[in-house]
Write a protein that binds this ligand. Sequence first.
Ligand code: PEP
Ligand code: MG
Length: 575
Amino acid sequence: MKTIEGISASYGYAIGPAFVYKRAELVIDSCIIEDPEAELTRLAGAVETARQQLDKVYEKALQESGKEHAEIFRAQTMMLDDPELMGKVKKLVEEEKQNVESALSETVENYAGIMEALDDEYLSARALDIRDVGSRVLRILLGVAESPTEGLLTPSIIIAKDLTPSDTILLDKTYVLGFCTSKGGATSHTAILARSLGLPAVVGAGKKVRKVKNGTSLIVDGDSGIVIVKPDEITLADYLLRQETFVKVKGVAAKVAHEPAITTDGYQVEVVANIGSADGIRSALDSGAEGVGLLRSEFLYLERNSLPSEEEQYKSYKTIADAFGKMPVILRSLDVGGDKDIPYIDLPLEDNPFLGVRAIRLCLSRPQLFKPQLRAALRAGYGNNLKLMFPMVATVDEVLKTRELLEECRVELRLEGKDIAEEMEIGIMIEIPAAAIMADQLADVVDFFSIGTNDLSQYTLAADRTNAAVAKIAAGFQPAVFRLIKQVIEAAHAKGKWVGLCGEMAGELLAIPILLGLGLDEFSMNPPAIPYAKLLIRSISMEKARQVAAQALNQTSSDAIRALIQEQVPEVNLG
Ligand code: PEP
Ligand code: MG
């Protein structure tokens, strides 16, 4: 028996044989050609076939995994039309007389290599897309079949280096128990697909995974992010039991997902969803979300070539806010910079972008970028319960400046005779230690806080959230972070303001009793986590939560806190 550590990408347990997913190697011969025109005609034909294939793959993805996932293939079709990429290929064919296979493969590798070198999780995923689309065209040129899934005839755990979007959509899901990849992070396509299918997955498990042979008996533990190769009998029995409990709990949690989250001693908290676009509305409502605690507005700005207009933003925010009726929807203003780039707005190149002109700092420095979003939000909030929240606030001054700009927009819109939300609640994210420390003063100038533990942890522990080498430190389950959370909640409550938390921690079962005990009012998480979080909150008392929260703050490490909760609150196992 051997255990391989990776990154947990999707909850649950898969037990079964390995199916090693390997694409046929594309052998690219390079040669000097005589007739560039004929070569480019071949390319145009292959591109057209690729476009038709991608249309079909898009339809399949739409039916199986929804619009969000399917959009990946629309983006790939756009790559086929990218004048820069295709221009480079043509140039190599026309000027260097390279054969089209070698010109295409060289250009795609150059592009993908540059993106990967930037050490950015999002761009690495895009590099995979470019390679995926490039391989599709090359396969057509070389006459190689589209899918290497022959042989997948029994339910199996898919083992791969990384799965491209096309790979994942072509897999026959009736035979997929779970996934394990050697590369990739929590936002890789494999991870996204596994979550949307509700299948367990571990990603980024390293080279050892590649040694696993077809048919080897495996366990993928998506909760702990580990893969067990050739498990012994005791381990297998243990996991079969865990799997049974998981399936049972899933059914129970789903049945009561729409009931409120009230502790056994009658204390109610709000459980809401984190969503990234209108596509998240359905899964949020189906999961029992009582609103949206974080609508990441970046969705409207990414994967395009120019800024979204005020009108486009207005319509989009309004569709989402209206879908939730009287329930709250918290729109977060644009949070770019750091690890999120928008090429067309020309962000400054910075040595430390996470400590640079990110989020509210960028928006305040560019009112022409910020004001259309503020105006769109004020208009979209008319007649529903839309609230507005600002990310990465460090000082009171930033809030005052933002409010001034917001007021300016209000005055303009009134003069233009537009309907606007006059009483919109305004909040800020607490994700920089300075903001947590100054929470008492910040509470005077906002209506609510939402704690962003993903960033609060990285800034408190000086551990880059995108750097795998310090991932465990940045994971946030640290006494230092809980102490800051306590301080923020107390400062806000003293001023009569409410506090939510929308970092990944809100959906972590081990963190929930502590956050509850510290007095958190609102828990905002990815929709699939909502039924479990509600089930847990309903099974414990506030009295117990307060007791363990006090103890957790006095532990010396994250491991000690986890052990404490496991021991003191067995309900976290939901079994
Ligand atoms: C956070 O930092 O916790 C958060 C929710 O924001 P994001 O992950 O989008 O930075
Ligand atoms: Mg953040």
